[in-house]
Ligand binder design. Structure first.
Ligand SMILES: [Zn+2]
Length: 245
């Protein structure tokens, strides 16, 4: 039998007939995969705890065509406390959906899985402002997927006094080259840091105020370069407006 052992984060869970679940999982080695978890909703099925949304689990899978069938699932990190706060959960689910949209099957996903796990840990334990974490996560995930914004200098003329960020051009532009409104220096500095510094440094940095300014630019940057509008992002904005965060 072609059994495969891997780890992965459960990005999406869909209930199916016959007490089964269809899972979307992001695995470091296999990229995004579809997993058919047969009968796991019956009684006290021991595999079910490894199939919960946003749980990081160890899986034993059997490949059949384009699908993997679940043989065993054992949770490593459940991020249980995210489920106690609808805002945090909304951020977490969006992080998962965005990673799943940017990574397909067969595309190695070690960097995004590490980024996602660290971000969920910081989100769950209130170790970084959620909006700040979102901007950092989006910029680093886009960079890992090959859409790195150009943040060294003006994209057009090389002027190192670059002030505006163009989502369409995917980088910084100086005042002479762009009619766009200039960004505050703190926002440019945060943008550079989140693209160029180590993940550890980015996670421990507090960029809360500058991140609020950058957020709409980064969302536009994602939409422009990927044609993606994750459903969970729309939901996240609605939830945030509701609780006035
Ligand atoms: Zn320029």
């Amino acid at each position: 039998m072609n059994d495969v052992k891997t780890t992965g984060v459960v990005l999406k869970v869909t209930k199916c007939k016959n007490s089964s679940l269809a899972l979307s999982v992001l695995s470091p080695e296999l990229g995004k995969i579809s997993v058919w978890a047969r009968g796991v909703r019956v009684g006290k099925n021991t595999q079910r705890s490894g199939c919960v949304l946003l749980t990081y689990s160890e899986f034993v899978l059997r490949k059949r065509g384009d699908m993997y069938t679940l043989i065993a699932a054992c949770p490593i990190r459940t991020f249980y406390h995210l489920r106690e706060d609808v805002v945090k959960l909304s951020y977490g689910v969006y992080f998962g959906e965005l990673a799943g949209l940017l990574y397909g099957e067969g595309v190695e996903a070690k960097a995004p899985v590490r980024l996602l796990l660290n971000s969920l840990h910081y989100l769950e334990n209130d170790l970084k402002d959620p909006l700040d974490l979102k901007v950092m996560y989006e910029l680093r995930l886009m960079s890992a997927a090959g859409f790195t914004p150009f943040v060294d200098a003006c994209m057009e003329c090389g002027n190192e006094e670059a002030f505006a960020f163009s989502p369409a051009e995917g980088g910084l532009l100086c005042r002479s080259c762009s009619p766009l409104l200039p960004l505050p220096k703190s926002a440019v500095s945060l943008l550079r840091g989140y693209v160029k510094c180590t993940l550890k440094a980015c996670l421990s940095h507090n960029g809360k105020e500058a991140a609020k300014i950058l957020e709409p630019y980064v969302e536009q940057f994602i939409r422009y370069h990927t044609d993606l509008t994750p459903k969970t992002l729309t939901y996240l904005h609605r939830i945030r407006n509701t609780v006035n965060l």
